[in-house]
Design a protein around this ligand. Structure first.
Ligand code: MN
Length: 193
């Protein structure tokens, strides 16, 4: 099997009480494993077999795109969390957020709004272009800003499987609380400017 599910750098209970151990076990353990298994089956014996995951996302469509992108998106989502991480942006990223959104609080409101108003399943992204300009976008289903030539730096999963066990239909509450888990040292590293 080509792609594997990387081991998380924290234990499944470490994200509690914001995200329960059960949600991490199902969401990363089972949903993500299924996307990776499907991806591996779909690329077997095809031109995609030896491609990097990002290239598969750029070049594929349909079922392969959906499974490849979901595989990538979940790794990106779970690896941005650290309950003992840096609680707010600093340096150039903090300055850019203030410049474009007014303040960190206003920026969080915009992300939460984008997450709450996305109809159905998908992702809310913060990305940057090659000049460091920031973009908040909604992605339906498996959509990923990589296909628009943007560099993703932060993402919230708003598929129901991400929050339903812990918050039921209260997506806005999940979005309000998930900020406590984001490690801004990681987000700054992804911003890379
Ligand atoms: Mn998910």
């Amino acid at each position: 099997m080509k792609f594997t599910r990387p081991r998380l750098p924290y234990s499944t209970a470490d994200l509690e009480p914001v995200i329960s151990a059960t949600t991490v076990e199902y969401h990363y353990g089972k949903h993500e494993q299924a996307y990776i298994d499907n991806l591996n089956k779909l690329i077997e014996g095809t031109e995609y077999e030896d491609m990097a995951l990002e290239d598969i996302i750029r070049k594929s469509e349909g079922g392969l795109f959906n499974n490849a992108s979901q595989a990538w998106n979940h790794i990106f989502y779970f690896f941005q969390f650290n309950p003992r991480g840096q609680k707010a942006p600093a340096g150039k990223l903090a300055d850019k957020i203030d410049e474009q959104f007014g303040s960190f609080e206003e920026f969080k409101k915009k992300m939460n709004e984008a997450g709450a108003t996305l109809f159905g399943s998908g992702w809310v992204w913060l990305s940057s272009d090659d000049k460091g300009q920031l973009y908040i976008t909604q992605g339906k289903n498996a959509e990923n800003p990589i296909t628009s030539n943007l560099t993703p730096i932060l993402v919230f999963d708003v598929w129901e499987h991400a929050y339903y066990l812990d918050y039921q239909n209260r997506r806005a509450e999940y979005l309000n609380r998930i900020w406590d888990l984001v490690d801004w040292a990681k987000i700054e590293e992804r911003y890379g400017l």
